[in-house]
Design a binder for this molecule. Structure first.
Ligand SMILES: [Cu+2]
Length: 182
């Protein structure tokens, strides 16, 4: 009797591991996803005083950049590295879904541009940099508005053609990602 129970237990664990293997296999057959994360370190106190309540909903602890410092660093040509898309370069196969999640405290855009350049808030652009056509007119431009990602939400981009694609934030233009589709 004890042997039978032991055999059954072994059989059950074998079946479980087969089931687990199959589940992993199925995952590979579904649409592939490449993940990009948008990060920032907005300081809720100074950002919301200037930009409105709940503009910045940062949940990280202790690493805030105050609004005036964000502008000062951008104007000096040394933009705050805490505002970032990660990774900086994505290599993926055609058909892969590019998923961008805003884990920062404020909104961003993930906008495809022909060439990297400035955003629609001139004081946040590097010295001498002008707004790229794809970002011009800000959220009054529906094409830009459609690329906006709010805090905690995600944007999925499908059907990217083979080759190199460039995405940047139209607000914080130093947030940049190069996507290489093979
Ligand atoms: Cu941004």
């Amino acid at each position: 009797m004890r042997k039978t129970v032991a055999k059954l237990a072994i059989l059950a664990s074998c079946m479980l591991s087969i089931a687990a293997t199959e589940a992993v296999g199925q995952e590979h057959e579904g649409p592939r996803i490449s993940q990009v994360v948008a990060l920032d370190e907005c300081d809720p106190t100074t950002f919301n005083a200037a930009l409105g309540p709940d503009f910045c909903k940062n949940v990280t602890l202790g690493y805030f950049t105050v609004l005036s410092d964000l502008f000062a660093k951008a104007a000096a040509g040394t933009p705050d590295p805490g505002w970032d898309f990660e990774p900086d370069v994505v290599h993926m196969k055609q058909g892969t879904i590019l998923s961008v999640v805003d884990q920062g405290g404020e909104p961003h855009t993930f906008t495809e541009v022909k060439e990297f350049g400035g955003g629609f808030i001139p004081p946040l652009n590097a010295p001498g940099e002008t707004v790229v056509p794809e970002c011009s007119n800000g959220f009054a431009n529906v094409a830009v508005a459609r690329t906006r990602i709010l805090q905690g939400s995600q944007l999925q981009i499908t059907n990217l053609s083979k080759g190199e694609h460039y995405f940047q934030c139209c607000i914080h233009p130093w947030m940049r990602v190069k996507v290489v589709v093979k």
